[in-house]
Design a protein around this ligand. Structure first.
Ligand code: GBH
Length: 479
């Protein structure tokens, strides 16, 4: 049996995001973000939920840090609400000191508790004012400048933070925000008129802007803030594992690889190689933006580590002509069953999520091979449970399904490290708390802690909260 143990300095803990947990949407000078606007439009979230109150985390720093400490975790990932620290978002707009003080205190409290903060600058909650001013992420020049200024402010004001994540899942901001319209700001590629000419290109333009903004923030950090030999910065990308629908069909095999490229390499190839993947260029032609030489210089080499969010897997079937609005996928379809009738994994509450831990191991290896053994931090991994929200509290805390999910996935990660030399150095489970699950509202829960929304936002740790700690305690070497 391989030794699956993890090194003593391995980071493990939990992750959250500002709009999903903070609430206090109008308090202490916070400005609105595109998610405030979007979640208040009837029909945009499953239960009409908004982040107005969420888990009320803005008022519960001490309680939540104590909760984290009781788990034994040594790391915690959270995100900053840009519009809480710069309510209007822009580089010439005023700073909101109350917002800064909130995050400064959070960092101090975590460090006092022996927990290392991993801080995300942008987890989708763009200041609404920037969207109103110049369409936000659609304007690559203005957006990168404003993002860089915001990033500089945080680097300066949170000097104790040594692990920075620029963007969370730019794929989601691009595709869900500008192509399918399921996420804020809810723009769709309907091939009708658009402020940028052809609306079907909007997600491609947004992705390009996000890459440049990431590059600008990294450059600023490295040149002006990074302490010697300390302090690392990178982007977090989402990506599901893929298996061919028919392993004997070369077209499906190729499509499975292409799906990884359209989801992951769209962002990672520019960062590691300075260009978009050939498969995307081939399919999208000049609809896909080109990098200027200056842009290549900014983006290429801009990751100190690879932030990996991972949840699920799919069987991939090649199709010759996808629906026009599906061209972000790359001529293919995603299925939960393959040609032989095997199912990729059991149902959860999320239509897109089927546990398949073996896919995690394979994707870690795939990333490691393609990008030259980068240091990887798993910045999210977790699951919802079918019907969990309908259970009474005493049943909700017995989340065996989630506990087993974590056991399987963490073991798969340890195997990728031990057997295949993947340089994974940290793991943050999604999520510390049940929270505002975006378009799914509050009906879908991802937490290892129940948040009793009707009972004053009280927290009740679930079984998985404890099991994750046990698994890491077994795996991490004592000396
Ligand atoms: C993460 O994304 C987010 O970072 C986090 O905020 C969120 O709470 C967590 O997932 C749980 O959902 O709408 O059918 O096209 C995970 C990756 C990729 C999952 C896009 C949902 C949309 C599927 N996400 N996917 S669909």
């Amino acid at each position: 049996m391989t030794d699956l143990s993890l090194p003593k300095d391995f980071f493990w803990g939990f992750a959250t995001a500002s709009y999903q947990i903070e609430g206090a949407a109008k308090e202490d000078g916070r400005g609105p973000s595109i998610w405030d606007t979007f979640s208040h439009i009837p029909g945009k979230t499953a239960d009409g939920g908004t982040g107005d109150v969420a888990c009320d985390a803005y008022h519960r720093t001490n309680e939540d840090v104590a909760l984290l400490k009781s788990s034994g975790a040594n790391a915690y990932r959270f995100s900053i609400s840009w519009s809480r620290v710069i309510p209007l978002g822009g580089r010439d707009d005023p700073v909101n000191e109350a917002g800064i003080a909130f995050y400064k205190n959070y960092v101090d409290k975590l460090l006092e508790a022996g927990i290392t903060p991993f801080v995300t600058l942008f987890h989708w909650d763009l200041p609404q004012a920037l969207h109103d001013r110049y369409l936000g992420m659609l304007d690559k020049v203005e957006f990168a400048k404003d993002f860089e200024r915001y990033a500089r402010l945080m680097f300066e004001r949170l000097p104790k933070v040594k692990h920075w994540i620029t963007l969370n899942e730019p794929w989601c901001s691009s595709v869900l925000g500008y192509n399918t319209g399921l996420f804020a700001p809810g723009r769709c590629s309907d091939r009708t008129k658009s402020d940028v000419g052809d609306s079907s290109r909007e997600h491609l333009i947004v992705a390009h802007s996000l890459l440049l903004a990431h590059g600008a923030a990294v450059k600023a950090y490295r040149e002006d803030f990074k302490p010697k030999d300390k302090g690392i910065i990178g982007v977090t990308l989402n990506g599901d594992w893929t298996e061919p629908w028919d392993p004997a069909d070369p077209l499906d095999v190729e499509a499975a690889e292409r799906k990884l490229e359209f989801a992951i390499s769209w962002f990672a190839d520019p960062i590691y190689f300075g260009k978009y993947p050939d498969s995307m260029r081939k399919q999208l032609g000049d609809r896909l933006p080109e990098f200027t030489p200056e842009e290549v210089a900014l983006v290429k080499g801009s990751n100190d580590f690879y932030g990996m969010n991972h949840y699920t897997a799919n069987y991939i079937k090649h199709v010759d002509t996808p629906a026009a609005e599906d061209d972000h996928l790359g001529n293919l379809e995603c299925h939960f069953y393959n040609k032989a009738g095997d199912c990729i994994g059991p149902e959860t509450q999320s239509v897109w999520l089927r546990p398949h831990p073996e896919g995690f191991r394979k994707l870690l290896i795939w990333l490691s091979k393609r990008y030259g053994t980068p240091t990887i931090y798993v910045t999210e991994n977790g699951t919802s449970l079918k019907g969990e929200n309908d259970l009474p509290l005493e049943k909700m805390v017995n989340d065996d399904f989630r506990a087993e999910y974590f056991r399987g996935y963490i073991t798969a990660m340890a195997r990728a490290r031990a057997e295949s030399g993947v340089d994974v150095r940290g793991y943050l489970a999604w999520s510390l708390l049940d929270n505002f699950e975006w378009a799914e509202g509050y009906e879908t829960r991802f937490g290892v802690t129940v948040v009793d929304y009707k009972g004053g936002q009280k927290r009740y740790p679930k079984k998985s909260f404890k099991v994750i700690g046990e698994v890491f305690n077994q795996l991490i070497k004592k000396d």
